[in-house]
Every structure is written in structure tokens, then in C-alpha cells.
Design a protein around this ligand. Structure first.
Ligand SMILES: [Zn+2]
Length: 332
């Protein structure tokens, strides 16, 4: 068949094999046209590790980073104040992203970048010379709906990859996407990280609402459907699970991005009674922590004391108001 020999080419590599994920020894923040990116430092070397071996630590640190990147309240206020001035809005967003890049850098130094490039690709396909627009062999990527690339779901590799190599040329077609030569200049913008983790953050907050509220599966969720339906919407992306002999027989998780790995860990976390990763219930904190006992509500004893004190004050205030309503206004 036409183009069969092209399809037999080595695939550039969609999955990280044997549950392994690449991590460089050091990362740095670079700014391209005012937008911050995180990428491996020039002299950094690559190592591989298994994110799913320490799911709780990973999930806690991942959520801390995502929480920082997704922090929106103050931003929305500031942006709506500057909303009439496009240039001011852009500068504001760039400044905020630059502050958030530090959280991504901290995370990357421990766990590597998120793999957003891989996250959205469903499959790839070589187009032979006679059928390609460019007149050369072309690798076309088929992206999932709602991906970061705004112009359609079938996109030439070179166009898509440009987003991840903002100040240089992407590695040539055929380079293994998990090789050192690909990953060395590979960069992720805070904008793309925010977009790609938005849904997971929504799921985490939904889960926290359910968990804290002490609801039953039949109770109504905020969206109006029973919680048991609502929670079924929390899923992990396409991950292959197989077996690998790694000293002993183990589950072999093949995932394309750390976001997918985190989604699996979130599902495991939700169905585990012990040592859940939770968000601190003190509103001014909200930091993720590993709960040592099931009743734990906050990240630390200090925040537990602050939370108790605040709740007591709120109750006292309510009681005083109720009392004032019942006793007054007295006719006089
Ligand atoms: Zn806290």
C-alpha cells in the first residue's frame, strides 16, 4: 500500500516505557517575548525515575505546583481592573506567570517537566511526499479535542513542536521524543501548563468538596446530579498498563505525561482510606498534605488551631446575631 514503508519508520515515541520519566539534573526559567518558560539548564544531564513508586509524595508536590499555577482570584481582580488596556493585561499576565514559574521550577528540579507536548497527541502518521503540502515527507500529529493548539486537530509536527522550542528550531522529524537530544531544548510555558492542568485542578476541588461535605453517593452535587455520577467524570488519560519484571513482577504503567500519571494517582488517592493527599481546609492556606490519620483537616497542628479558632469565632458571631434578632428590636 501507498506509504507503507513510511509507516514502518521508527515511531518518535509516544509513551514513556516501563513507568519511567525523564528528569534533568537542573532546570532554568527563560523568557521569550516576555513569556516565561521552564527548560533543562544547558549543562544538565538526564536521569530516569518512576513517578508511580512514591505516589503520595508525588501527588502532594504536583498539586502544590498546580495550585500555584491555577491561583486565580487576585489575578482576575487585577486583570478586570486593566481589562480595557490589552497591553497592560498582557504585561500583568506575564508578570504573574513569571512569579508562578518559580513553583514550576521547584517541581521540575524534583520530577522533571510535565510532558505537555505528548499529553495532547492521540497518534502520529507519516504523509508521503506526493500527498504533503510542503512537498516533503511530513509527520502529522492528531491531537485530542481541546488541546493547546488552536488551529485544528491534525497538525504538522514542525508547527506543533515550535510551541515547545520557542527560541530555536524543533529537532528534526524522526528524533525520538524521549531522547536527550529532543528533551534538551524542550521548554514548557506557564501558560500551557496552566491550560493543561486546568481540568485536573477542577477534579481535585470537586473531590475536596465531596470529601469535606460528608455526602453520600446519592446526595446532590453542585451541578445537580448525584455525587456518584459526578465523581465518575474524574478519569485518567490514556495509559497502558502491563507487566514488567523489575526484580519482582510489577505493574508497568506507560503514560505520556506527568499529568496522566497524576490523574492515576488522584484516582488511587480517592479510593484509599489511609494517608490521603488532601488540601488544607484553612482557607488562607489550601496547601496539599499527606493526612497521617483519617480525621485530619489541615496541613499542620498550627493550622488546625487557627481553623478551630476561626470557626469558633464565626459560630460565636452567629449566635450573638441570632440572640440580637430574638431579643430585639424591642418595642419601646
Ligand atoms: Zn495549612
Amino acid at each position: 500500500m501507498l506509504g507503507d514503508e513510511l509507516q514502518e519508520r521508527p515511531r518518535p515515541g509516544l509513551f514513556a516505557g516501563e513507568g519511567l520519566w525523564p528528569k534533568h539534573t537542573r532546570y532554568e526559567i527563560v523568557s521569550v517575548n516576555g513569556w516565561p518558560y521552564v527548560r533543562p539548564a544547558a549543562e544538565a544531564t538526564i536521569t530516569w525515575y518512576r513517578p508511580l513508586e512514591h505516589p503520595r509524595d508525588f501527588l502532594r508536590d504536583f498539586l502544590a505546583m498546580v495550585g500555584e499555577v491555577q491561583r486565580t482570584q487576585e489575578e482576575l481582580a487585577a486583570i478586570s481592573a486593566a481589562a480595557n488596556d490589552d497591553e497592560a493585561v498582557r504585561r500583568l499576565m506575564q508578570r504573574q506567570d513569571t512569579a508562578k514559574a518559580k513553583a514550576v521550577l521547584r517541581f521540575a528540579d524534583r520530577y522533571g517537566l510535565l510532558g505537555i507536548f505528548h499529553h495532547y497527541i492521540s497518534y502520529d502518521h507519516y504523509i508521503p511526499r506526493e500527498h504533503s503540502e510542503s512537498g516533503g515527507e511530513e509527520l502529522v500529529l492528531y491531537l485530542q479535542p481541546g488541546s493547546i493548539y488552536p488551529f485544528g486537530l491534525a497538525v504538522p509536527y514542525v508547527k506543533y513542536a515550535k510551541r515547545f522550542f520557542p527560541d530555536g528550531e524543533p529537532p528534526p522529524v524522526g528524533t525520538n521524543w524521549f531522547s536527550d537530544s529532543f528533551l534538551h531544548g524542550y521548554s514548557e510555558s506557564i501558560q500551557d501548563i496552566r491550560y493543561a492542568t486546568n481540568w485536573l485542578w477542577h477534579d481535585v476541588r470537586l473531590w475536596e468538596t465531596f470529601r469535606r461535605g460528608g455526602f453520600t453517593p446519592e446526595d446532590e452535587a453542585p451541578s445537580g446530579v448525584p455525587w456518584k455520577w459526578e465523581l465518575r467524570g474524574i478519569t485518567a488519560g490514556p495509559i497502558q498498563v502491563g507487566l514488567v519484571f523489575n526484580g519482582k513482577l510489577q505493574l508497568n504503567w506507560e503514560f505520556k505525561s506527568l499529568i496522566q500519571a497524576a490523574q492515576v494517582m488522584l484516582l488511587i488517592n480517592m479510593t484509599t482510606e489511609e494517608q490521603q493527599v488532601r488540601l488544607c481546609e484553612l482557607p488562607t492556606c489550601g496547601a496539599p498534605y499527606i493526612a497521617v490519620h483519617p480525621a485530619q483537616k489541615t496541613c499542620s497542628p498550627r493550622h488546625a488551631a487557627v481553623l478551630r479558632q476561626r470557626r469558633k469565632r464565626a459560630e460565636d458571631r452567629k449566635r450573638r446575631e441570632q440572640h440580637a434578632q430574638e431579643t430585639g428590636p424591642q418595642e419601646g
